[in-house]
Write a protein that binds this ligand. Structure first.
Ligand SMILES: [Zn+2]
Length: 336
């Protein structure tokens, strides 16, 4: 663990950062996150496997020959042969429009979501997965290179063990070159990576040239209604001059469409760009929820809406043959 931020920021971070911290029960989340962390195993082979034989963002242009076929997830995820091995914890895929998307694993080592996180699942259903240690997952962010611009979807854990800065460096991406950040929601494991501990313990921007796009519903909920929101308020205040609030259905820069994925949080958003659908926290236990979208995780703040969104968006992805990119999907972060 890196050194914690001092003062209020540290307290807020410690309370709120909890995987997908449901702000209503930060202590419980912190303990389940801690339980998950006890299972963390440093395993270089995971990274070696997931990062195998893919291109990285800096040489994406060379792989555009596959763009026209990158509709079905199988072809989209197909590897790109003789290019240099991708940095650990990353995998790059070419999209139908010629853009590239790079999965960036933000958590260190392995991540398993514990059975206790899925109260909706019966013991017999859970047992049928044969995953007694927990469901494979990750904390992930995604970097899209389109129109010569770099766009980040969510910013990860930041001071809470986030690997994003290290991974970007390995990809030869300077944080100053990130032009936009799209946020799926405001839980700390998605926004804490926007900030770092600067000089004199002052919170500083990590992406100082980025416009930050967030849902207006999400923003309003965290600024006004949700308790224990110090981290959210501090980060949004820091980025206030570059903050853009959108509504669901808005068409955003670089052809990004913001979609209602409400339930996990009040303004939880999915984003479509070309044949990629960034699903945020629609699923925390992919192996369980891919066939049982009616099952929520206990992090989902409104379970009825969360289940409705999960069913609707998974069906939309299937019907349109979209490649899903999820912030808690198991490595390498993509699913059909
Ligand atoms: Zn999350």
């Amino acid at each position: 663990m890196k050194k914690a931020f001092p003062s209020l920021f540290a307290v807020a971070l410690a309370l709120i950062v909890a995987g997908c911290g449901d702000s209503k029960t930060p202590a419980n989340n912190a303990s389940s996150e801690a339980a998950a962390r006890t299972k963390v195993v440093e395993n270089a082979s995971v990274n070696a496997t997931t990062g195998n034989a893919t291109i990285n963002a800096t040489n994406a242009a060379a792989s555009n020959t596959t763009a026209g076929n990158a509709v079905g997830a199988n072809s989209a995820v197909a590897t790109h042969s003789a290019e240099a091995t991708a940095p650990a914890g990353t995998k790059t895929v070419t999209l139908a429009n010629g853009a590239s998307v790079t999965w960036i694993q933000d958590n260190e080592g392995k991540k398993l979501m514990p059975r206790e996180l899925f109260s909706d699942a019966s013991d017999s259903l859970y047992a049928s997965l044969n995953m007694p240690a927990g469901i494979p997952a990750s904390v992930s962010t995604f970097l899209v290179k389109v129109d010569g611009k770099l766009i980040l979807f969510d910013a990860g854990l930041g001071a809470w063990g986030g690997q994003l800065a290290k991974r970007l460096e390995a990809l030869n991406v300077n944080p100053d070159s990130i032009g936009l950040v799209y946020l799926t929601h405001f839980h700390a494991d998605h926004i804490a990576g926007l900030v770092k501990n600067g000089t004199a313990g002052k919170m500083e921007k990590v992406f100082k040239n980025a416009a930050v796009y967030a849902g207006k519903v999400e923003y309003d909920a965290w600024m006004n209604k949700i308790p224990k929101n110090d981290l959210q308020k501090n980060i949004m205040a820091l980025y206030k001059d570059s903050l853009h609030l959108f509504a669901f259905g808005d068409s955003l820069p670089h052809g990004v469409l913001a979609m209602d994925a409400v339930g996990h949080t009040p303004g939880h958003t999915a984003f479509q760009i070309s044949n990629l659908l960034v699903i945020g926290d629609l699923m925390h236990g992919y192996a369980l929820q891919k066939n049982h979208p009616e099952i929520n995780s206990n992090y989902d703040m409104d379970k009825a809406k969360s289940a409705e969104s999960r069913k609707r968006i998974m069906q939309y992805a299937r019907e349109n043959k979209l490649l899903m990119a999820g912030m808690h999907l198991p490595p390498p972060g993509f699913a059909e």
